[in-house]
Design a protein around this ligand. Structure first.
Ligand code: ZN
Length: 299
């Protein structure tokens, strides 16, 4: 796992150390070197696991450490993140195992335009006929098939974006409304999706958290390609701090699910994810770590 962890948004807290330990900044790496470093997302992490209901109408249909979330409604379904190239067929199998039809996926969303979250988009768009929607700032990358973020990593098959959304522009299917919060920094249009779901008779607000500031190895201050990256990153944290989810889900769920997946699978209540670090505290901690990283760049 270590070789891929530097890429995971979830582990950004200790990523700078890891980048250091491996000698130097990743923005000096060639694409081939980056691909080698991210190879884990194409093998063990990309193996699709048995699907399960997380809570309410939200299901896990993704891989061991690359997420894909199905949100079902009476008017068709949302799918958030398509994973890497290796995953779309497994995602379809998982949707069907849960008793749903893949062609009922009507809207395909993404947490952000990095290969490990959108590489399967074009295939899943063909499989489902779904409309692809994304915040405008990530739509360019989706359509270009290129990672246009500061990371500049692997690309994907270009995908037509049917609708470009603005920050806070909600979309509804049946009784479920998904609201995008713009969290720039990790990618220009990184998005945390929020929704209300009814679980065990209780209304719960859930955030699908995709954005945690620039990847390790990215120069944040004085970055010639992204001169306002530090400001953008802080706008992202400001926007995250406005959210108040009861539960949050992540793009790389292996660690947060590790000790509770078996409990979630048998639908234990109160929900095991209510034990996670409270959102406000988690965001404040990550912001502080990012501010420290920025300060260290200035030394
Ligand atoms: Zn990413």
């Amino acid at each position: 796992m270590k070789n891929v962890m530097w890429l995971a948004t979830w582990t950004a807290g200790f990523l700078p150390m890891l980048a250091h330990a491996q000698g130097g900044r990743y923005d000096t790496m060639t694409l081939e070197e980056k691909v080698a470093a991210g190879a884990g997302y194409h093998d063990d992490s990309a193996e699709v696991i048995e699907p399960f209901r997380i809570l309410g109408n939200i299901y896990y249909v993704g891989a061991a450490d690359v997420s894909s979330y199905l949100i079902t409604t009476s008017e068709g379904h949302f799918l958030v993140d398509s994973g890497v190239n290796e995953m779309p067929v497994g995602i379809r199998t998982n949707v069907e195992k849960l008793g749903f039809k893949i062609e009922d996926v009507k809207i395909l969303l993404s947490s952000h335009a990095h290969f490990d979250h959108v590489q399967g988009h074009a295939v899943l768009q063909r499989m489902t006929g779904a409309q692809v929607m994304a915040l405008a700032a990530d739509a360019d990358a989706l359509e270009a098939g290129k990672d246009l973020s500061p990371l500049s990593f692997e690309g994907w098959e270009p995908v037509k974006v049917d609708r470009r959304l603005q920050d806070g522009e909600s979309i509804t299917l049946g009784d479920t409304t998904m609201t995008p919060t713009w969290v720039p920094g990790h990618t220009p249009g990184c998005t945390t999706w929020s929704l209300d779901t009814i679980d065990d008779g209780q209304r719960m607000n859930v955030a699908i958290f995709g954005c945690n500031g620039p990847n390790a190895g990215v120069q944040i201050t004085n970055n010639p390609r992204f001169p306002d990256l530090a400001e953008q990153t802080m706008i992202g944290f400001d926007n995250l701090a406005k959210l108040t989810p009861d539960i949050y889900l992540t793009g790389h769920p292996e660690a947060p699910f590790a000790n509770i997946e078996h409990l979630m699978r048998v639908q234990v209540r109160p929900h095991p994810l209510l034990q996670q670090q409270p959102w406000a505290e988690m965001i404040a901690e990550r912001r502080a770590a990012m501010e420290q990283r920025i300060a260290e760049e200035g030394r």
